[in-house]
Design a protein around this ligand. Structure first.
Ligand code: SRM
Ligand code: SF4
Length: 564
């Protein structure tokens, strides 16, 4: 008989008093730097994860010391937009009050502080509040930070699309007053509270939403549960194509888990956007698996009930029928590094930030540089889903000054290569508790080795979408790369190949669990074949599929785990 017992996370949500738990008591307990019992999980709904530095874990253990507990805190920034004065506030906090002194731009267009000690947690929430920011719903079983294509102030659709990303984020936020009470010392509301959209036990699992403006797929829509593809007419947004059920994670050794592309539901006029968002969330809330968290995401619900059944229920709840999808095409995912002039005649400077890590290293004071720009910038900043930063809305008058600062602080780097621009890694060691192998810290080494292979085989002018993720959870989105590495153990990776440049195909396992040095050799052979046998302008991912080096993943539920 199947075990229908609810997962323990369901119990803790149920008993949490709408996310309050006993976090306030835990904060007063100075005997430990960590959070106890259910609070360890509950703080996630408030945008924080308990961590410790894995580089020094053993050393502390051998000294019989508790791990150095800190939290990582993730800010809510729909569409990744932040003002210069907000930036200066978070910059100062990172410098003065975190163990690492860094700000990490994430691939979901927001920032993380790593290494916040217990006594600084409440102050950071109060600071965010003063800045007009918060960290609500950036983690936990809720709708996370809503993405929006960052690049084009070149497109008239961008402003409207961004406004929708913000509205969707607000509409799907938890309604509980817990955040204000626990962190901002607001009075407890005595009125009957409930969660009309998310439900009082919240969603079965994390939920991700993106708004994307073709031809850019910079947000990597297929990583998301719910996607709105902006469809314009004469430069005005008229509605969205809706895609549901994307996601990239898998669990090692469990073939019931797999990355999956989102399914096309169809087009809806603009006025139904929030109704559709709410309906998709509520169907997943009611139908998602609450007994097994590994199979709890929307992608598995769709596979279990069938795409058409899920879609019909969304239509019934939203009171609107999807029409046929409107035509659209994606051509790129990367950020256009450097200056572009927008249709508004303002200038926009996209800065390449290696793995989104803003920190001041000797000779590379990136974090200080962005703060210097913030002091004179009159537009805003936009964080991209490729972990970069756009200085947006620069007037002719300010352009030269901003460029001078960016050059002085190494933020404009003339020797930046196409391969560096097309590569990404997740955080991984030392802060991520789930990391199996290095990612962010080893990316430069892998990229340099890949570049040497490209040059060795006579195609030094080429590049491919290359990504590393430190474990099968897939945060580095290797499962949408032309070539992706998934960490298996220290110094060991699995190699996946065959995604495409646009991010609409999942790569297939090519070599499982090899040492770094072997992986580099295997990559070199693949690059040699690509160089000698490719068709004109054929990308690496398309090449390995056409020549049968791997077969394409067509329906991941059925064929992702099949061996070639
Ligand atoms: Fe992620 C968990 C970092 C994007 C799938 N992710 C984690 C945690 C919080 C580890 C943990 O649970 O304790 C990592 C914290 C590391 C650290 O020290 O900072 C972490 N994920 C990240 C970030 C920072 C990676 C980055 O380098 O940018 C990204 C933060 C995004 C944000 O601002 O919200 C991040 N994570 C992703 C993505 C990519 C995306 O969403 O576009 C994915 C794959 C897409 C998807 O969800 O399918 C992703 N993260 C996961 C999973 C697997 C979820 C699942 O379906 O099973 C976990 C583990 C979990 O949830 O149990 C996870
Ligand atoms: Fe951590 Fe794994 Fe996510 Fe990388 S992929 S940040 S190692 S959970």
């Amino acid at each position: 008989m199947k075990d229908n017992k609810l997962s323990d996370n369901e119990r803790l949500k149920e008993e949490s008093n709408l996310l309050r738990g006993t976090i306030t008591d835990d904060l007063k307990d100075s005997m430990t730097g960590g959070f106890k019992g259910d609070n360890f999980q509950l703080i996630r709904f408030h945008g924080m994860y308990q961590q410790d530095d894995r580089d020094i874990r053993q050393e502390r253990l051998s000294q019989k010391l508790e791990p150095l507990h800190t939290v990582m805190l993730r800010v809510r920034l729909p569409g990744g937009i932040i003002t210069p004065s907000q930036w200066l506030g978070i910059d100062e906090f990172a410098r003065e009050h975190t163990l690492y002194g860094s700000i990490r731009i994430t691939n979901r267009q927001t920032v993380q502080f790593h290494g916040v000690l217990k006594q600084d947690i409440k102050p950071v929430h109060q600071l965010l509040n003063r800045l007009g920011l918060d960290s609500r719903a950036t983690a936990g079983d809720v709708n996370r930070n809503v993405l929006c294509t960052a690049n084009p102030v070149e497109s008239s659709l961008h402003l409207e699309a961004y406004e929708w990303a913000k509205k969707i984020s607000e509409h799907l936020l938890p309604r509980t007053n817990a955040y204000a009470e626990v962190w901002l010392d607001k009075e407890k509301i005595v009125l009957e509270e409930n969660e009309p959209i998310l439900g009082n036990t919240y969603l079965p699992r994390k939920f991700k939403t993106a708004v994307v403006i073709p031809p850019q797929n910079d947000v990597d829509l297929h990583a998301n549960d719910l996607n709105f593809i902006a469809i314009g007419e004469n430069g005005i947004l008229k509605g969205f194509n809706v895609l549901v059920g994307g996601g990239l994670a898998m669990t090692q050794g469990d073939t019931s888990t797999y990355p999956r592309l989102a399914s096309e539901f169809g087009f809806i006029p603009l006025e139904y956007t929030l109704k559709i968002a709410e309906a998709v969330v509520s169907v997943q809330r009611d139908w998602g698996n609450r007994t097994n968290r590994r199979n709890a995401k929307t992608k598995y619900t769709l596979e279990r009930v069938g795409v058409e059944v899920f879609k019909a229920e969304v239509e019934a709840r939203a009171g609107v029928k999807f029409s046929d999808p409107e035509p659209y095409r994606f051509t790129e995912r990367g950020d256009r590094i450097g200056w572009v002039r927008g249709i508004d005649k303002d200038w926009h400077l996209t800065l390449f930030i290696p793995s989104g890590r803003l920190i001041d290293r000797p000779g590379l004071p990136y974090k200080a540089g962005v703060a210097e720009i913030a002091k004179i910038h009159t537009g805003d900043f936009r964080l991209t889903a490729n972990q970069n930063l756009i200085v947006a809305g620069v007037s002719d008058d300010n352009k030269q000054r901003i460029e001078s600062i960016a050059l002085a602080y190494g933020l404009i780097n003339e020797s930046l290569t196409e391969q560096e621009k097309n590569s990404m890694a997740c955080v991984s060691f030392p802060t991520c508790p789930l990391a199996m192998a290095e990612a962010e810290r080893i990316l430069p080494d892998f990229v340099s080795s890949l570049e040497k292979s490209l040059v060795r085989h006579g195609i030094g002018n080429e590049s491919l979408v290359f990504r590393i993720t430190g474990c099968p959870n897939g945060c580095g989105r290797a499962m949408l790369a032309e070539m992706g590495l998934v960490g298996r153990a220290p110094d060991r990776y699995s190699l996946y190949i065959g995604g495409n440049k646009e991010g609409t195909r999942i790569p297939r396992l090519y070599r499982d669990n090899f040492e770094t040095s072997d992986i580099k050799e295997i990559i070199d052979h693949l690059i040699a074949s690509w160089s000698s046998q490719r068709l004109e302008d054929e990308g690496f991912g398309d090449f390995v599929i056409r020549t049968g080096i791997v077969s394409p993943v067509i329906d991941s539920a059925r064929d992702f785990h099949l061996q070639d």
